[in-house]
Write a protein that binds this ligand. Sequence first.
Ligand code: DP6
Length: 408
Amino acid sequence: MKAVTCTAPVNIAVIKYWGKRDTDLILPTNSSISVTLSQDILHSKTTISTSPEFSQDRLWLNGIEEDITKNKRMHNCFRETRAIRKEMEEKAELAGSPIEKLSTYPVHVCSENNFPTAAGLASSASGLAALVYTLSQLYELTISTSELSRIARQGSGSACRSLFGGFVAWEMGQKKDGSDSLAVQIAPETHWPELEALICVVSDAKKGTSSTAGMQSTIKTSPLMNERINHVVPARMEQMTKAILDKDFQSFAELTMRDSNQFHAVCLDTYPPIFYLNDTSRAIMQLIHEYNATSQDGKLKAAYTYDAGPNAVIYAPKENMAEIIQLIGHYFPSNKESTAFFADPYQVVNGTLGQDFIPKTNVNFNQNIIPVQPVNSVSRLLHTKVDDGPRVLDAEESLLKADGLPKR
Ligand code: DP6
């Protein structure tokens, strides 16, 4: 039996992917850009083992066995990676130095997230990226990360961006077969170390409309979507790439907020409309705009973005993070034990959250912009940073036992 264990990160888009021109191949109607967040805080972990002794492909997700035959997207990833392995096996055989015919054996896949699935925290992105990356390691594929991203894309669109660390573009491509629709790294995680992220978990509940169904409904019914696809996103792709390369937080922040807002605007323009934001999400948006108004030099201090769910992700330079955490802690109080609400992994906040929110003393800050929200409107704060792509773990980290069954 051969087994490999890897983790893959979550990515949060700053130019959003929304809409497919081909739903089978998962080809998008616009390019997108994301930032890869640290696996130390959020990740999907996957072990894959393969053996001629196994009778069929099997899958365990977060401890529960799933019917893999119904999972078409996962099958696409198996089919594509096995085909490349098979080619390698045939070549090796011809060259007179055969390698093990792993492509003919069934696989056992065991995967878990260290965060709630389908809560808008991009679990499909990290999950499918972990699957495809682990398969590539298991089969010792010698293809580039961008080529691998083409396979991950067929598992879940946003997954292709989780194969790289740092700042990543998914180029939509033009070809019908999708061969030019892949992820490329704009800059590595070391490029802009000052940039950090704060995830405000607004709801752990499973979301109402899946992004897969929601985006096709938008494509079919939203007139605003044409403007977004044809004009707005192409211009923003260039502007955002430049902002990242120049480490220009002012442009990065404005584009990020505007693009999140337009994504939720096309959701509202969908008929019947789709709502992902709730009152707590909107209160966080107002607070961030008010916080930005306190800036001495007119420069933005933070930017929010929201995916297909109510959770806020706030991007900000490291130097503002303590202030932002205090601010959120004040307006969104928690009655949980402090570390359950905010674990403070980077030790930026000393003492009690929310008592010492700095803009209190700033005349430009309107303290009444929003009332203090009901307790636990925000259930958790996760402070994270820009970090690397998938990691291969040691054998002792395996989720599967020597017999190929889950450890727990
Ligand atoms: C709002 O990648 O989950 O998070 O391709 O159907 O699996 P499928 O959709 P998915 O969509 C993510 C949409 C988004 C924006 C983004 O991540 O760019």
